[in-house]
Write a protein that binds this ligand. Structure first.
Ligand SMILES: [Fe+2]
Length: 441
């Protein structure tokens, strides 16, 4: 299994609580503004929407089930006054309430009891969202620890799933703060290291020290990347740390030590099936949305990091490293992209599968990417062509990947849904595909 981005149901619940308190404030304002006021009716509509979500799930907010206009038009003053208290009473009054949101891990946990269960799961970053719902939450060790406890342990189904199946993780920006680099964070009141020190301490405690013994010995070293390698069956895995050592000024995601380890690993396993876990897209090209600071700058194809990506591509081409698949997260979408590198007589192919989000409120669209992109590397001018082959950007989902090794290795993948997108009640088609690693480039 391969996934990323789990906005915990506890955090989404916190947003729900905010919505309820806002609705409460609106309902109270009715007393001031007089009956029939627009604010009171808005409170009524919101309370009804919340009740609908409670009864029928998030999908009931849009599509066929939606009673357009009915929620706003015509409620009596008494109904308006009672709607919110009734909702609160139903949720909390004299009974143990049912969960407002279903766990996105229910389908994943069910897979573990099937005849051919997944061997393990990869989490390519954003296991917690420290900066949600408060984007400017001050860095604090106890708060980072609380974020992990909320994310891993307060959803009972997730807790059971994490305990029943091996989990390989890396971190992305939301384990620290949105868009983090060692020389850049949003706003100017807090310096990057003020975030990194407590964030990395909590990450080491909850994640790194549990899966890689060498990192367990080296915690509190801010200058040591948290990347690692492992193997399973015929496949080799390198899990990159693209975040803790990234520097915009030095135009790098990977520090020299990690870069050297990664290049050595690529050559050592040249003939093997190789998976590289990267928290941000490596192959797929994002569109820029203007000249200023842009979300696309955060990825391998972004302006600060493109030169290091080019160096990696040139190395892959020089050593003719094949059978290479990047497993990436971050984009709140699942897709398959391919990069063809070099002239036809000396061409190599790099594949990329994006998995996730496990649970999110926003999703990427296909329009965020180029369907096809032609370019050349910076130093050696090696031509490349990128193609976004399939894309799935509605609702939560993780990738289930099956490797068929042998003389003609193939990889089958399919999206396992972990939730229905907000505003949609219709059943979406399941996406799947396969990659022939022996196919000529
Ligand atoms: Fe995310």
């Amino acid at each position: 299994m391969h996934a990323s981005c789990n906005l915990g149901i506890v955090q989404v619940g916190a947003v729900g609580a905010f919505a309820m308190s806002a609705a409460g404030a609106l309902a109270t304002s009715r007393a001031i503004l007089g009956s029939g006021s627009r604010t009171a009716h808005a409170a009524f509509a919101l309370a009804r929407a919340l009740r609908r979500v409670q009864k029928h799930g998030l999908g009931s907010l849009g599509g066929k089930g939606r009673e357009r206009g009915a929620a706003v038009a015509g409620p009596s003053d008494d109904e308006v006054a009672l709607a919110l208290p009734w909702f609160v009473y139903e949720r909390t009054g004299m009974k143990q309430p049912a969960p407002l949101l279903a766990s996105p891990f229910e389908r994943l946990r069910a897979l573990l009891t099937e005849p051919d269960p997944p061997a393990f799961m990869i989490h390519a970053g954003d296991q917690i969202y420290y900066d949600f719902p408060l984007p400017r939450r001050a860095p604090d060790l106890e708060e980072y620890r609380r974020a992990y406890r909320e994310a891993f342990f307060e959803d009972g189904v997730e807790r059971e799933f994490l305990a029943s199946c091996p989990q390989y993780m890396t971190l992305d920006d939301h384990e620290i703060v949105d868009g983090f680099a060692r020389d850049w964070v949003p706003g100017d009141s807090v310096r990057p290291l003020e975030y990194l020190v407590p964030a990395l301490r909590a990450y080491d405690e909850y994640v790194a020290s549990r899966q890689t013994p060498e990192i367990a010995c080296d915690t509190r070293n801010l200058d040591r990347h948290r990347g690692y390698a492992f193997e399973y069956g015929a496949s080799r895995f390198f899990v990159l740390d693209t975040r803790t050592q990234r520097s915009r000024g030095e135009r790098r995601m990977l520090d020299p030590e990690q870069m050297a380890a990664f290049l050595g690993w690529l050559v050592e396993h040249r003939e093997r099936i190789k998976f590289v876990v990267s928290s941000v897209p490596f192959v797929a090209e994002l569109r820029r949305r203007g000249e200023g600071e842009d979300e696309s700058d955060d990825k391998w194809t972004g302006r600060p990091f493109r030169a290091q990506r080019d160096r990696l591509l040139e190395f892959i081409h020089a050593h003719q490293i094949g059978r290479l698949v990047f497993l990436v997260g971050d984009m709140h979408a699942s897709y398959h992209a391919t990069l063809r590198l070099g002239a036809p007589d000396r061409r190599v192919r790099v594949e990329e599968l994006a998995g996730g989000p496990i649970h999110q409120l926003q999703y990427a669209t296909r329009d965020d990417f180029f369907d096809e992109f032609h370019g050349a590397t910076e130093t050696c001018a090696i031509p490349f062509r990128t193609r976004l082959r399939t894309f799935h950007g509605t609702g939560g989902g993780v990738l289930r990947i099956h490797v068929r090794p042998g003389a003609r290795p193939e990889i089958d993948w399919r999206v396992v849904r972990t939730g229905t997108p907000m505003g949609s009640t219709h059943r979406l088609r399941d996406l799947s595909g396969s990659i022939d690693l022996a196919e000529p480039s």
